[in-house]
Design a protein around this ligand. Structure first.
Ligand code: 5AD
Ligand code: SF4
Length: 472
């Protein structure tokens, strides 16, 4: 293995980007590259980028600036940029970032190894941002990644046809395309064989999975995955409220492995703003979906995205958003200040909300949600909840040594996606590992972003059905 080289991938942005990063690393291994955690040791550095908001894009350019400086010291270094900014800017990035060797678009991951081999032979910049119109190369670009984690992401579809007026995704990720169910099942079986117990299915709008291609529906896909032996938990993200079908809602009632959590971005509580955003639902229709979800699965956790300061948003519109949040009581919220994006219709809308007003609205939202989350977390104190242990949270060395810490704090998540840190009580006589085990944890304390508890029991032979039975 004398000629192996070092690869460093810097990932900015969403889970889809993290998945693509794993795919890139996997594809570069056969042509001689191993991942290094040390930027300074890298022979090839790829920045996998996000352009959904301006702030993310700024981060990209400041990181690329650092790489250009490194390259001045180390001329053989290959530097590349992939993901949404690469797709959006194409060859224009070469002007802004001199010395860049590769611009790789969102549909070009399968061509990455060939591009790198060409660069090794001859250094002239490559721009590969061709968008595919068929499913074939996407299917090719989603090989199973041998996981070393308990949880894994699996892309089931990509692209988006919704054209919300603020969003750049349809322009940089292209049209919706779904992977055949067999490929997804195969990938998940391989992940399970390597120890994965929980998968999160990824797509910009998973509810329209398979529609275009005439594949099975998303709820059929969930049913198929519910039958995969050794898989304990299934999650998915993201759902568009307009496409959330009754069949999918029913899955939360009868699929034992489907986690009790849905991310259902509402974006705004004002019908006027929802219309300007082209979201194609009203707040009343959204409330109706939430009601159905809660009737089907009473303990379901519901999380959401909100944009504050969309062009034309008045204080009254924003008040409607606050009222909606109070009425729904989300389990947690991702909040964003509106950011103008190239190509998008909203970037031409009048009624810009001042930065000061955006900040005030953002802060008001944050304060409200913190109260709601803490209230929800406090209600869980005293309950015993099953937690899938992902690893150590931290080690405490009251009397122990590095190899045998006296107390190990473990971390994992509930079915409802809450982080739980816990210790074992009584402390086991022999060193043990709980990684990948389902553990009953009694919740003792609630924090704004996590829960803390103790666990007496490791669920033996945990399987579907055990989860509900264990909630007290
Ligand atoms: N400005 C602010 N937030 C945005 N999002 C998408 N585009 C923008 C934008 N231009 C947010 C939405 C989406 C989340 C992933 O990012 O809330 O659901
Ligand atoms: Fe963007 Fe709307 Fe598509 Fe989500 S549904 S990716 S917000 S266009």
């Amino acid at each position: 293995m004398g000629n192996r080289k070092n690869l460093y991938i810097h990932t900015i942005g969403c889970q889809m980007n993290h998945y693509d990063t794993e795919q890139m690393a996997k594809r570069l291994a056969p042509v001689g590259y191993d991942i290094t955690p040390f930027l300074e040791r890298a022979d090839l550095i790829i920045t996998n980028t996000c352009s959904v908001r301006e702030k993310a894009e700024q981060k990209v350019y400041s990181f690329l600036g650092r790489l250009v400086e490194m390259k001045a010291e180390k001329p053989d270094l290959i530097i590349g940029v992939s993901g949404c900014v690469a797709q959006q800017e194409g060859a224009a990035i070469l002007k802004r970032v001199p010395k860049l060797d590769l611009v790789l678009g969102t549909h070009a991951i399968a061509r990455l190894p060939g591009n790198i081999q060409r660069l090794e032979k001859q250094r002239s910049p490559i721009v590969d941002v061709e968008v595919s119109t068929t499913i074939d190369d996407f299917v090719a670009s989603a090989d199973p990644v041998q996981a070393d984690h308990v949880t894994a992401f699996v892309t089931v579809m990509r692209g988006c046809d919704n054209y919300c007026t603020y969003c750049i995704v349809p322009y940089v990720r292209g049209r919706e395309m779904s992977r055949p169910a067999e490929k997804i099942v195969d990938e998940i079986r391989i992940l399970v064989a390597s120890g994965v117990r929980e998968v999160t299915l990824l797509g910009q709008n998973v509810n329209s999975y398979g529609k275009k291609e005439g594949l099975c529906t998303f709820h059929d896909l969930l049913a198929l995955l519910n039958d995969v032996d050794g898989l304990w938990r299934i999650r998915f993200t993201t759902s568009h409220p307009k496409d959330l079908s009754d069949d999918l809602i029913q899955c939360f009632g009868h699929l034992g492995k489907l986690c009790h959590h849905i991310h259902l971005p509402v974006q705004s509580g004002s019908n006027r703003i929802l219309k300007l955003m082209n979201r194609k639902y009203t707040r009343e229709q959204y409330f109706e979906k939430v009601d159905k979800l809660r009737r089907t699965c009473p303990d379901i956790a519901i999380t959401s995205d909100i944009i504050v300061g969309f062009p034309g948003e008045t204080p009254a519109d924003f008040q409607e958003t606050l009222d909606l949040i109070k009425a729904i009581e989300y389990d947690s919220l991702f909040m964003f200040r509106y950011s103008d994006r190239p190509h998008t219709p909203a970037s031409g809308f009048s009624g810009t909300v001042s930065s000061q007003a955006q900040k005030e609205r953002f802060d008001a939202l944050l304060a409200l949600q913190e109260q709601l989350t803490v209230k929800k977390h406090r209600a869980l104190v005293g309950l015993t909840l099953p937690v899938l242990t992902e690893g150590w949270s931290k080690r405490q060395h009251e009397t122990g040594t590095d190899e045998h810490p006296s107390t190990v704090q473990w971390t994992g998540r509930t079915s409802t996606h809450r982080v739980v840190n816990f210790v074992r009580d009584p402390s086991p006589a022999h060193p043990e590992t709980l990684r990948g085990k389902m553990v009953d944890v009694k919740i003792r304390r609630a924090f704004p972003h996590s829960l803390e508890g103790i666990s007496a029991d490791v669920c033996p032979d945990w399987g579907p059905g055990g989860e509900e039975a264990n909630v007290t």
